[in-house]
Write a protein that binds this ligand. Structure first.
Ligand code: UDP
Length: 325
């Protein structure tokens, strides 16, 4: 069994990736400071509570488990918070990753798969978005992730380490067996908030219906969390096979508007959603849709669970399970 260090393995995408790693014969070793992660989501492999900038702890884990591959999720990921407290984001995400990478190189790690984001593109000049589009983030969160991509590019050119940066579009859904799912505290994302409002018969607030889209609400590309998990394993395999660095978008190539998502939730839940139009939320681009062709071609990856019915029904089932707990 190959050991893989998973930083942020108690979080949403990290825990789903650990589940899949385990089922494919890898041994995930989780490091998480539990600021936003959930210890009960760590069900596969050993757990260390700690910080990515704790070089002493990282060194100990890497050496003890003879690790040469890291999947690096741990980061703060609230856009609004990043605008109000950019230092928190640059310190934890950017500086924290620099510390992690420095220790990893010293301990002989060869491969890093890094969680990046479509927020690095800012307001895209072209949709669907290809990987070579100019990256101009419009908030400190996206900037903190872009800075990491840029650091990794220069570091991998100089050192004996390669990386794959995966730029996620909108992570969504839950493991189909409902072992784990999406739990953010606070929750800010469209699908879980709209599901909660619909099931509880409370209003759901749409942030703006005057965008430059067919129905006026923003369009996003929703990718099922188990498909994201699969891409991380394929990225590890790519690094092993190709021994070179690369970046990939992870999305479906299809966009849905906020109103279309609400309609889907109503259709699948059989309940009405009381949608109320509010002001725009600052920093929301009209449409973010990926071109995932590069990941299809070079990672041999393609989404299996990201049709919108599976995304919404798994999220809905998970939400019902959480509500009963
Ligand atoms: N959104 C909304 N109401 C909410 C939460 C989100 O209208 O309560 C909209 C948001 O303005 C954006 C889209 O849903 O246009 C997706 O937002 P989310 O935070 O889920 O993901 P993002 O694309 O910002 O990463």
């Amino acid at each position: 069994m190959k050991n893989v260090l998973v930083t942020g393995g108690a979080g949403y995408i990290g825990s789903h990736t650990c589940k899949l790693l385990h089922s494919q014969g890898y041994n995930p070793i989780v490091l998480d400071n539990l600021v936003y992660g959930h210890q009960e989501f760590v069900k596969w492999g050993e757990f260390y509570k700690g910080d990515q900038s704790d070089s002493k702890l990282i060194k100990k884990i890497l050496e003890k488990h003879q690790i040469s591959d890291i999947i690096h999720f741990s980061a703060y990921a609230y856009v609004g918070e990043s605008v109000n407290d950019p230092i928190k984001y640059f310190e934890n995400n950017t500086v924290g990753t620099l510390n992690l990478v420095k220790t990893a190189i010293e301990s002989g790690v060869k491969n890093i798969v890094f969680s990046s984001t479509c927020a690095t593109y800012g307001i895209p000049s072209e949709v669907p978005i290809k990987e070579d589009l100019l990256q101009t983030p419009i908030n400190p969160y996206g900037q903190s992730k872009l800075m990491i991509e840029q650091m990794l590019k220069w570091i991998s050119a100089a050192e004996d380490i390669n990386y794959v940066a995966l730029r996620y579009f909108n992570a969504s859904g839950a493991s189909l067996d409902l072992d784990i799912g999406e739990r953010h505290e606070p929750e800010t994302h469209l699908i879980p908030l709209a599901i909660e409002a619909t099931l509880q018969g409370k209003p759901f607030y749409i942030f703006g219906d005057d965008y430059n889209t067919a129905d006026g609400t923003c369009i996003r590309d929703f990718i099922h969390v188990m498909d994201l998990a699969d891409a991380h394993i394929k990225a590890l395999e790519y690094l092993e096979r190709e021994k070179k660095s690369n970046v990939f978008n992870l999305g479906t190539g299809n966009g849905y508007s906020v109103k279309e998502i609400i309609q889907k939730i109503e259709e699948i839940s059989g309940k009405r959603c009381e949608a109320v139009i509010k002001d725009r939320r600052p920093g929301d681009p009209d449409a973010l849709v990926s071109s995932p062709q590069k990941a299809f071609d070079l990672l041999n990856w393609s989404p299996k669970y990201s049709d919108i019915d599976t995304v919404i029904s798994s999220a809905l089932n998970w939400h019902k399970k959480e509500a009963q707990a």
